[in-house]
Write a protein that binds this ligand. Structure first.
Ligand code: GDP
Length: 201
């Protein structure tokens, strides 16, 4: 998919106030500092699209961007400021869980994971919650340029094995680097293909 246009639409914390259009949308979420803003800017080939909404006061909101005038990219707040708590509700702010539970336009979420680290409880807990809530998601591993190829392969495999302890299958996953652009075409084509079936159905 070529990116012809990418426009910031709105930020808010109330799901009912998100854009009313029926365009398909894809949400990006991960621990703070996982590289989400960088990834969004890399995918959209804009220097500071995500940062525009990341100005003070806007980072803890649901941010909608209109892409190619026919789908929404949603930048959700980073999680993980608090240490892992017993209930996901304490860790994930209510409006985020509301967004996932109520937003009918949501086609798929991308859960971002920093490939340098071992599987972290907070990420595993979040994906567990997504699974239990039946929200489709795929995984984007970030910062691939920070590891040598062997370590990269090993960490991806470690993550997949960890997921297979609780999941029957591993969700689709992408290895990306915002520095090198690795994974850009794969992620955009994946979205493009889902959109094609969405618009043709
Ligand atoms: P966010 O909090 O998830 O939006 O994370 P940012 O996009 O602000 O990135 C956090 C830090 O990681 C920044 O210092 C980025 O420059 C760095 N970073 C993000 N993505 C990459 C990447 O793909 N490669 C490298 N080397 N650094 C990255």
């Amino acid at each position: 998919m070529q990116i012809k246009s990418a426009e910031f639409i709105m930020s808010n914390s109330i799901v009912a106030k998100c854009p009313a259009s029926q365009l398909p949308e894809y949400a990006f979420i991960g621990r703070s500092n996982v590289g989400k803003s960088s990834l969004i800017n890399m995918l959209m080939q804009r220097k500071s699209l995500a940062k525009t909404s990341g100005r003070p006061g806007k980072t803890q909101l649901i941010n909608h961007f209109l892409i190619n005038k026919n789908w929404h990219l949603v930048d959700l707040p980073g999680y993980g400021y608090a240490r892992v708590s017993k209930t996901s509700k304490k860790v994930f702010q209510k409006f985020i869980t509301d967004y996932f539970s109520k937003r009918e336009q949501l086609v798929l979420a991308f859960v971002l994971l920093d490939i340098r680290h071992d599987p972290q409880p907070i990420d595993l807990e979040f994906m567990q919650w997504m699974g239990e809530s039946q929200i489709p998601f795929s995984i984007i591993f970030t910062k691939a340029d920070k590891l040598k190829p062997k370590a990269l392969e090993r960490n991806v495999e470690t993550y997949k094995q960890k997921l297979l302890e609780t999941w029957e299958e591993v969700p689709p996953s992408f290895v990306t680097s915002s520095s090198s652009g690795l994974g850009r075409d794969a992620v955009l084509d994946y979205i493009g293909n889902i959109n094609a079936s969405y618009f043709n159905s």
